[in-house]
Design a protein around this ligand. Sequence first.
Ligand SMILES: [Fe+2]
Length: 536
Amino acid sequence: MKILGITHSCYSWNNAACLLIDGKLVAFAEEERFIRKKHAPRIGACQATKYCLEYAGLSMKDLDYIAVGFDDKYHAINQSIDFNNHEIKQKTPRLKSFEWNQPFDFYDPRVINVNHHIAHISSSFYLSGFKESNIISLDKAGESESGLIGYGNGLNLDIFHRINHQESWGCLYEEITNLLGFKGHSQEGKTMGLSSYGKPCLEKFNFIDWNAKPIPKIDYEKKKKFLATIKKRNCFDKITQKHKDLAATVQFVLEKAGLKIVKYLYNQTGSRNLCLSGGVALNCAMNGILLKSKYVHDIYIQPASNDTGSALGAAVYVHVKKTNKSPDFIFDHVYWGPEFNNQEIEKAIGKYKINKYHFSNNIFKETAEKIAQNKIIGWFQGRMEVGPRALGNRSILANPSLVKIKDMINSIKKRESWRPFAPSILEEYASKYVKDYYKSPFMILAFDIKPNKIKDLLATVHVDNTVRLQTVNKKNNLKYWKLISEFKKITGIPALLNTSYNLADEPIICSPKDALKTFYDSSMDYLAIGDYLIEK
Ligand SMILES: [Fe+2]
């Protein structure tokens, strides 16, 4: 059974497509990577769909189902994908506001709309490897809801509670982020980073009923009044202690709400497994706190937890419903995008008339030596990652023990100085570095670092002595594992600083062309692309 999963709403960001064949994932990528526009706001997942189909050598007519990660009646999918003609064409790159509310009928009977939050939880629970688990999906909003909580057991999803749009925890976090002057979409990571510098003041957030049943509830009207009292920071203004405290408060509130929810679920089900999804699940500080709680023993977090993941979840949900079987894989890595071989890479190098490069007989050793010499490296290998984190295939890498490297990369990426970087660490050494270690392949969990290991990872340790680890193993990324192993041979450190290969306000790179352009637009020192090493 061939199922195309898409996030393709007229009001969604992070539109994406994936292809599931007989319960196995074949390809999965975000539209933004192909059209080179961050988050692809309200842009149909046409290029991502094209990539998925071409990767499998299929066309639209070969598909059995088209699973959509939204279930609104006003969906504008047919405005950009012409199913009747079995071809993909982008008619409206950006839907105009007057078009958003135009209802229409799906004329292709293969299209199945899946409730947005059911799609989110399907992307975590069914792909977690857990037989049963508590499940939470939280985002800003999807259709009329901003989340749901429940319990998954085998193929069944038992939904206990739906959180409506007005009570949205994701929306509250976004509103505070906007008031802090962080402009643009998906800037919540900045608020999370800043929160470690402030002190929470819970009394101010008196619009939350912590004793509401079954879970804490935001009073929409009271919240509106409170937010109106806060003076919005201009993005160029200095960040004061007041701003830091506000960030700390919203972070604290989110963690407290998360803890109450997992306690409620544990009391309902007795399960200490937890599956998380939805944009809020990208909050690695909250995730770390939940994992530490006595109500959670095992956790699975969908790494493409923003609306990208609802494409995958929709496809998986349709597979479950149509076959009465679980999908045939665990989503334990994110490498589902396009890849390029050495011939394609050399062609791109030739096209741009680059002279200072050579074919390396051991790209891992040579690159590790450069990183050990404190050079900043672009690393382009294998299939592109899906989801907001670069996890070792489209990454900028550096020596994690060199504290000044932070400023150097911040200036390359035009990032704020308070935002932490993250380390990729060989899985076999991770427990030596952090307290309460738990496998963390997606850089989506924050851990307390052991004091004696701070010096090794100095550039990646946050002000509160936490690190958001990515653990790397041979099975899921052999090339990256080899590179870090070579770096360990030279320095004794089994880790690298890893940040996504993109410049400010740009999506993560996809192709050799993107890699070369970004390399020459920045002050990176070397680019290791396939087996070629390019020197600036
Ligand atoms: Fe969502």
